[in-house]
Ligand binder design. Structure first.
Ligand SMILES: [Ca+2]
Ligand SMILES: [Ca+2]
Length: 546
């Protein structure tokens, strides 16, 4: 049984749009149409199976990308895309969507079936759904026949097969994001503390959650920053949610790790081979009690429950905040305060090792490029997408054309490319966005492509420290059938809203013990057993396919 997924107001517009939105397809520059295309004869005849140009007669392809606020020009203007067009004979009509409304535009495009030929940006976990509706092109044979570099990448990162394979049909409707583990943050955010304040008060840097509590109490009671005012220190701040019933990017969930709960936004752990919801675990309740204690004693900034990440960073830089959560100390505190802070790797109340959630290396369903079923030149399109799985193009589209930021490797360098020093006073990220589309299409980064960027080094080193504490059975990115997805989506939204609201209340009001049993009963009534059953079915299927 297939239920329609409601796409909001998009359906209302179905009948208003008749003309094709995207000028893709098989028109050659000489004006000759190459016909119905997708059949082997037409386009393969206009294509070199290897080498360049890809298309013998020039062809047009419409390609959607996401444009972020940092991108200061059209994708068409980047030097490596101008080169690519000359080299391949594939003229691109770029369809650039702003990150802020890309979701709405994508939903509208699928609702009206007015689709660009290629989605270079990830279309996300609806890929299998759209594929089952016949709106996306199955890629299995195209990749096997025409895309040797994509095939090689998949063999190097074999988890991609599980993420790409549609459980309903076995078809691949979208590629998966494949980045070598050397470039991926394996662990969630970190906890930072002002070591200077500890020194000022003659305190050791905390090791356990109990130490952390005691140090925050001292920060509050005393003049930790030494400015003569004992009352201007805010001991601890974070960002709880950001516009969704989920932990923010700089999430509080890491505070459950010392209690033996590898909490994440899936709220799932594998215990004896079975998935368990963290909000049902006594150890999770211990963590809530601890956080409620911090709140009761005035150690948590109440604004932590309303800050988004930018507001948290601004507060950390403008106010006197002793501890906070983030991905880099300089992001949170700015370069001026950065030297005062250090990263904490908190252990449990009695010195137990933490249990740290481990992020997946290969992205979930729909995390890589895909092709619409209306693409008239699929063989040429897949050869064009294949170019992004070569080091040369993937490096340039992340870091700009060769010779500016990205440079050939120094003799003896282990990397395929190195970085040039950025001009003095220029932020490396701003510099690279001026010459590349950067984040907009970051879906393939093989091992040793470039050195780990400087801004990621601390985080990567923290991952190494946490290595032995990672959960032994990490939660994968889940792949669902259409039927599972239709049942899960409304249930998941209701459950996540319920639990995230409840957790905030438990911390602020200290009511977790009074409400725990009633909460568990209500959780069951909301469908928790069925919810876990669907996840367990998907999990077992994925483990069996390994
Ligand atoms: Ca104080
Ligand atoms: Ca002070």
């Amino acid at each position: 049984m297939k239920k329609k997924i409601v796409l909001g107001s998009a359906f209302l517009l179905v009948f208003c749009l008749a003309a094709p939105l995207f000028g893709g397809g098989a028109q050659s520059s000489s004006g000759a149409s190459s016909g119905s295309g997708a059949s082997a004869g037409g386009q393969v005849a206009n294509m070199n199976l290897t080498g360049y140009p890809i298309a013998i007669q020039p062809v047009n392809l419409s390609v959607q990308v996401v444009k972020r606020p940092q991108h200061n020009r059209s994708v068409a203007e980047y030097a490596y895309f101008i080169d690519l067009e000359k080299k391949t004979n594939v003229k691109i009509n770029w369809v650039e969507w702003n990150a802020s409304d890309a979701n709405d535009k994508r939903q509208l495009a699928f609702a009206t079936n007015q689709l660009p030929d290629v989605f270079l940006a990830a279309i996300g976990n609806m890929a299998n759904y759209y594929g089952n509706q016949g709106q996306l092109m199955p890629l299995n044979d195209l990749i096997k026949n025409y895309a040797p570099d994509i095939q090689a990448a998949m063999q190097t990162y074999p988890d991609s097969y599980g993420m790409m394979t549609n459980p309903d049909s076995g078809k691949w409707y979208a590629l998966a994001n494949m980045q070598d583990p050397m470039y991926v943050y394996l662990s969630p955010p970190d906890l930072y503390i002002n070591k200077q304040w500890c020194d000022n008060l003659g305190l050791k840097v905390p090791v356990t959650v109990t130490d952390f509590y005691n140090v925050l109490k001292e920060f509050k009671a005393k003049d930790a920053n030494g400015n003569g005012n004992p009352n201007d220190e805010i001991p601890f701040a974070f960002s709880y949610e950001e516009g969704a019933p989920a932990y923010s990017f700089t999430g509080l969930y890491i505070m459950f790790f010392p209690f033996g709960v590898s909490e994440s936004n899936d709220h799932l752990m594998v215990v004896n081979g079975k998935l368990v919801h963290t909000f049902t675990m006594p150890a999770f309740r211990d963590g809530v009690r601890y956080l409620a204690n911090l709140y009761k004693d005035g150690l948590i900034d109440p604004e932590s429950f309303t800050y988004n990440r930018q507001q948290l960073f601004a507060a950390c830089q403008a106010k006197e905040i002793g501890a906070s959560i983030g991905f880099s100390i300089s992001n949170n505190y700015g370069p001026k305060k950065e030297p005062e802070y250090t990263t904490l790797f908190l252990k449990g109340p009695n010195g137990e090792n933490p249990l740290v959630h481990k992020n997946s290396v290969v992205g979930g369903p729909g995390s890589g490029p895909s092709m619409s079923a209306t693409c008239k030149i699929p063989e040429i399109a897949i050869r064009w997408i294949n170019e992004f799985y070569k080091p040369e193009l993937t490096a340039q589209q992340m870091y700009g054309e060769l010779g500016k930021y990205l440079i050939p490797p120094a003799p003896g360098s282990p990397y395929m490319y190195d970085f040039a020093p950025v001009p003095p006073g220029v932020n490396p990220d701003e510099f690279r966005y001026s010459i590349s589309n950067g984040l907009g299409a970051e879906f393939y980064r093989p091992k040793n492509l470039v050195p780990v960027p400087a801004m990621d080094l601390d985080k990567k080193n923290n991952d190494i420290i946490k290595d032995s504490w990672f959960e032994k059975n990490p939660i994968p990115n889940f792949v669902f059938t259409d039927a599972e997805m239709n049942e899960l989506q409304p249930m998941g939204t209701a459950i996540n809203t319920f639990i995230m609201n409840t957790l905030a209340q438990w911390i602020v009001k200290g009511t977790v013990d009074a409400e725990w049993d009633q909460f568990q009963q209500q959780f069951i009534k909301m469908g928790l057993p069925r919810y876990l059953e669907i996840y367990q079915t998907a999990y077992d299927r994925m483990m069996a396919a390994r």
